[in-house]
Design a protein around this ligand. Structure first.
Ligand SMILES: *Cc1c(COP(=O)(O)O)cnc(C)c1O
Length: 406
């Protein structure tokens, strides 16, 4: 399919280019020492991870350990409540082991670490979701796992800290600066630069320097490949629209990858939080400008000095001041439409899906559900496939405390 002069039949073989660029976005913006480490990972990824043995092993693990394929569920009562002419469906990443899509790329990254002969995986975590997924993968493969986390986040995310420790990870408290995600990223990169011969850095989304945006997308594309086949099996046709929430952008790139070459409208949903003022949302693709942070060039939210701006969302997994370079590329191309959903609409959708379907979604995923419901109201007929990136168990206490039972 040709869209805006880009032939999507050959898209995956042409993007990114050999330097890791999707059009003008992507690249490797880090110091020389880490460049050598990234080059090692790039070389390994494009050789080892494409081998039949690696692919077969990952496929077996996805079935036996992760519980894949996750199902596609027809949201029949929700569809009826919206008038019954549009049918809504959900791809159930909430049923992936550990309750979200993140394990899809963590298992791939940790398997690559094993094939490369590394002893340890390193990462930062904010809310702790990436840390838990990576600690799970490390336990499965018998790798050491060091997770860097800001002191402030450690206090806020006690259950996830406990999970990581039970799984055998070392949680390293970072007390510099504001002691949150940014400082944790810096500390983790420093530790990696000191010891990259023995370990591998595992990024938690389709962000960071090349090859991570591509590698994480490829490991997540299992979501889109499964969903497309399942949907066609169930209904005999493709969905008219596909919807996913976008933080760094991994669950969305995963499902979008299955549909980029199809005549399907694709929507990425960013968090509008409390409103449109800088600091009240994390909708980088809707309101941001081009810039470099965390080792890659993309579209980002900046403060007056050009540094990453403070961001906010009710969903801690979505409050990141940028998104992956491929999203910036698809945004400029117009192949994916990026829109916003605010906190209120999200909490409404959280309760609606729970009550009508018996599925408590993660607050991140509830952004996509809210958008799918809104979209259905603008269509006369057809079907919408929503990526349900995770389950809401982690969010229940927060929702009850701040919004009460509805
Ligand atoms: C981390 C997370 C997200 C956001 O990350 P992406 O990389 O944008 O997918 C979304 N949903 C859930 C459940 C998460 O844990």
């Amino acid at each position: 399919m040709v869209f805006n002069n880009i032939d999507f039949d050959t898209y995956f073989s042409r993007y990114p280019d050999k330097d890791g660029y999707f059009g003008r976005y992507g690249g490797v913006y880090i110091d020389d020492k880490l460049k050598a480490a990234m080059a090692e990972i790039t070389e390994a990824y494009f050789s080892i991870a494409q081998s039949r043995r690696f692919i077969a092993e990952l496929r077996r693990i996805r079935e036996e350990f992760q519980g894949r394929p996750t199902p596609v569920t027809h949201l029949e009562r929700l569809s009826n409540a919206l008038g019954g002419t549009i049918q809504l469906y959900a791809k159930r990443e909430d049923l992936n082991h550990t309750g979200a899509h993140k394990l899809n790329h963590c298992m791939g990254e940790a398997l690559l670490a094993k094939y490369m002969g590394k002893k340890k995986v390193i990462a930062e975590t904010g809310a702790g979701q990436h840390g838990v997924a990576l600690a799970t993968a490390a336990a499965y493969f018998g790798l050491e796992c060091d997770i860097y986390m800001g002191a402030v986040d450690i206090k806020k995310q006690a259950p996830n800290v406990a999970r990581m420790k039970i799984l055998g990870a070392r949680v390293i408290e970072v007390t510099d600066g504001l002691a949150t995600l940014k400082e944790a990223v810096d500390a983790a990169f420093e530790a990696y630069a000191r010891d990259y011969q023995n370990c591998i850095y595992c990024i938690g989304s389709v962000v960071g320097p090349h090859p991570f945006p591509t590698m994480v997308r490829d490991f997540q594309s299992v979501v889109g490949i499964e969903a497309r086949e399942q949907f066609v099996d169930m209904t005999g046709h493709l969905p008219d629209a596909v919807v996913a929430c976008v933080g760094g952008g991994s669950n969305s790139m995963g499902i979008f990858a299955g549909f980029l070459n199809d005549p399907v409208d694709i929507y990425g949903v960013e968090p509008l939080g409390r409103g449109r003022a800088l600091g009240d949302h994390a909708a980088s693709l809707n309101f941001g400008t081009e810039g470099v942070m965390h080792g890659f060039n993309s579209i980002m939210l900046k403060d007056a000095d050009g540094n990453p701006a403070p961001v906010y969302s009710v969903a801690s997994g979505l409050d990141y001041p940028s998104s992956g370079p491929e999203h910036a590329f698809l945004h400029d191309l117009g192949r994916v439409k990026y829109d916003v959903i605010d906190d209120e609409e999200t909490i409404d959708a959280f309760y609606t899906l729970s009550r009508l379907e018996g599925i408590i979604p993660a607050i991140e995923s509830a952004h996509a559900v809210a958008y799918g419901m809104k979209l259905a109201k603008t269509m006369d007929r057809g079907s919408v496939l929503i990526n349900l990136s995770g389950r809401g168990d982690k969010d229940m206490d927060y929702v009850i405390e701040h919004y009460g039972i509805r």
